[in-house]
Design a protein around this ligand. Structure first.
Ligand SMILES: [Zn+2]
Length: 43
């Protein structure tokens, strides 16, 4: 059971920023599909 989950995540392709195309490290989902730089919205 658990091993299947691990393999599932291993097979997942690296996330890419939809803005600049940079690879996104596994972080909080709140970042969505953008990297840190692009997720920093100027308030
Ligand atoms: Zn970006």
């Amino acid at each position: 059971m658990i091993q299947n989950s691990v393999e599932f995540f291993k097979n997942l392709p690296a996330k890419q920023c939809t803005e600049c195309g940079e690879h996104i490290q596994e972080q909080h989902e709140c970042y969505g599909s953008k990297c840190e730089n692009c997720s920093q919205i100027s308030y």
